[in-house]
Design a protein around this ligand. Structure first.
Ligand code: M6R
Length: 613
């Protein structure tokens, strides 16, 4: 969603800020802006649309301090007045998050004569901060900028990651967070602040993450950390990994394509050293539960949104099949409000690529508050969920995922969840022989997936054939049902083709009414224990003249007369089918999007990390 970059040092601020914003582009945005301070002169430049539009309006100012922002509209349409930074008096402020009580604050300020030029909650916050900074100045307190920010934040409800710059206090940025991430980068005679470490890459690797209810006074030479309650905070800088290459396309047409092609390598990285093929188990370092504690679990709740939720649905099948423990995948935004039933024997697993998804974060907090055991399965190192999920957590090591539509984070999340199912399974019901068969087959997955990626042309041909499709119905059974959900999500996200998914057996209970020659049915029918049942559903569609694209096992000729187009996947252990299905489903969505000319990496209206509820 929104992105923040800030800089103070002896170098030119503008290139650092623009470079930072560009590396945050993937988060999704609709407008952007920069505030720079040259001497005591505050200059703000904004543009609707891409950062390139903003760049066209900027001239090098010589400023060595500034803040910048990409906005994803929540309150008010995408427009210049609504874009950040927001100016109030002599200060400028950028904000990620939502100020819930902004209307009442706005009314109070308006009665005092403050006028507003935008529809945003952020402008209200900027005006409130300005009022409080002026008050602190009149009272003659030390550090009026920091104290004014602190006083203003006492008044607000909601979430914020903010950075403030003031012409009255040149050479200083004040940052604060509650619920929206901020990270401070320590450079040589300079400091940076950003909502995401990718904005810092290429400039520094030494960082300090702000925790909730903390603030920082940042100058070129110093960072002073405190809580919002004015308690000093001491925290050592940590080193971030990641390369600038990770956030560049490296010759691929799109980040998503690059990330699809990275899957064999990153899956290998995620399972290497953790999978124990000989004993049929796995050891996930961050899962701080003893074997006895794992045996004691009486239910597993997998919590996520979107693609992470579907990875959870696959894992629920695995956990029940391999570990014989009741497991359910739940929609984070629903589960947290239904007074969930958990106990100290419930294991709640927060699934999130970004580790910042507001709904997942809120749900795992609810699980913890109710006494459940909690762990996270997260991609972004140091993200809020990764740091907050106290009982333990494990990283999926997919590397930065820039394309808004998740690909490699999905398969790596599956990889780590399979390891979790094996680890729990082996201390419960899973025999060594059964575990070893799966673990050995899993170790071969990266190579198998690499060979699948050589068949992109076949998928592109199918996409060419179906590029005019308006509606698609994805069908799967058992483990292939969540893959149908994921395939349909990918297609709708990036190609804007309406797509939904059903368990194949449910089709005749309603969706069959949709079947006609214009509907594309994508039937996931690998030759597994449920194959014959799925084939019957396929025949039902065929009998009603629906067009069918099927994904089945290599060499299966059984469906030749029943499907218009066939994509093949290698024969693997039945439990591992989701991995090999992911590749053609992702490539099909990608090729459909390319033939339809949509913006693959930054699809309309979507944000990479959804930090509002
Ligand atoms: O960062 P998270 O994994 O928590 O994100 C969850 C969803 O927002 C995300 O998976 C979304 O559905 C993607 N755009 C899917 O491609």
């Amino acid at each position: 969603m929104c992105g923040i970059a800030g800089y103070v040092g002896s170098g030119l601020a503008q290139p650092v800020l623009l470079g930072g914003l560009k590396r945050l582009e993937y988060r999704g945005y609709d407008s952007a802006g920069v505030a720079e301070l040259t001497g005591m002169e505050l200059a703000v430049t904004k543009a609707v649309g891409r950062i390139s539009e903003l760049e066209k309006r900027l001239t090098e100012s010589g400023a060595t301090i500034g803040i910048a922002h990409t906005r994803w509209a929540t309150h008010g349409v995408p427009s210049e007045p609504n874009a950040h930074p927001h100016v109030a008096g002599k200060l400028a402020l950028v904000h990620n998050g939502i100020i819930e009580n902004y209307r009442s604050i706005r009314d109070v300020l308006a009665r005092r004569g403050v006028t507003f030029t935008s529809d945003t909650d952020t402008e209200v916050l900027a005006q409130l901060v300005n009022t409080e900074v002026d008050r602190k100045k009149r009272e003659g307190v030390d550090r009026p900028l920091a104290e004014g920010v602190r006083a203003a934040l006492r008044e607000v409800r909601g979430t914020f990651g903010i950075v403030v710059l003031s012409a009255d206090y040149p050479g200083m940025l004040v940052a604060a967070r509650r619920g929206s991430p901020l990270v401070i980068g320590y450079g040589d005679g300079e400091h940076l602040v950003a909502s995401d470490t990718s904005a810092l890459l290429g400039r520094t690797r030494r960082v300090v993450y702000l925790e909730d209810d903390e603030m920082a006074e940042i100058t070129a030479d110093d960072v002073r950390l405190e809580t919002l309650d004015a308690q000093p905070v001491k925290r050592k800088a940590t080193k971030i990994s990641g390369k600038l290459d990770d956030v560049q396309k490296q010759g691929y047409a799109h980040f998503m394509l690059k990330e699809i092609y990275e899957q064999p390598e990153v899956l290998h990285d995620a399972i290497r050293g953790r999978l124990r093929p000989d004993t049929g188990t796995a050891k996930l370092g961050g899962v701080n539960l003893t074997d006895d504690e794992l045996r004691d679990i009486d239910q597993v709740v997998l919590i996520g949104c979107g693609t992470a939720l579907y990875a959870g649905q696959v894992a629920a099948y695995w956990l029940e099949k391999l570990a014989r423990v009741p497991a359910t995948a739940v929609v984070a935004s629903e589960w947290r409000y239904r007074n969930p039933i958990v106990s100290e024997r419930t294991l709640c697993v927060a699934l999130s690529q970004s580790g910042e998804t507001a709904d997942t974060l809120a749900a795992i907090r609810e699980a913890k508050a109710k006494g459940a055991r909690t762990i996270g399965v997260i991609n972004v190192i140091g993200s809020t969920i990764a740091r907050e999920v106290a009982d333990g957590g494990t990283y999926i090591h997919a590397g930065p995922e820039i394309g808004v539509a998740s690909s490699k984070a999905f398969t790596n999340m599956l990889g780590v969840l399979l390891l979790l199912a094996l680890q729990i399974g082996r201390v419960r019901n899973l025999s060594e022989a059964a575990g070893a068969a799966i673990a050995k087959a899993a170790a071969e997955l990266p190579e198998i997936m690499a060979s699948q990626l050589k068949h992109r042309d076949e998928v592109a041909a199918a996409a060419k054939r179906y590029h005019g499709t308006r509606d698609a119905l994805y069908l799967g059974r058992g483990l292939t049902y969540p893959m149908a959900l994921e395939g349909a999500l990918k297609l709708k996200e990036i190609s804007y083709v309406h797509a939904e998914a059903y368990p194949a057996g449910e089709m005749k209970h309603g969706p069959i009414a949709l079947v006609d020659p214009k509907l594309l049915a994508v039937v996931l029918a690998p030759q597994n224990a449920l194959y014959e049942k799925t084939k019957s559903n396929l025949e039902e569609i065929r009998a009603r003249e629906g067009s069918v694209l099927t994904v089945t096992t290599e060499g299966n000729r059984d469906l030749d007369g029943l499907a218009d187009a066939v994509l093949e996947v290698p024969k693997v252990h039945e439990v591992l089918e989701p991995f090999v299905l992911a590749i053609p489903l992702q490539l099909f969505a990608y090729e459909m999007a390319v033939t339809r000319g949509t913006d693959v990496d930054m699809p309309r209206n979507l944000a990479k990390s959804v930090t509002v509820e």
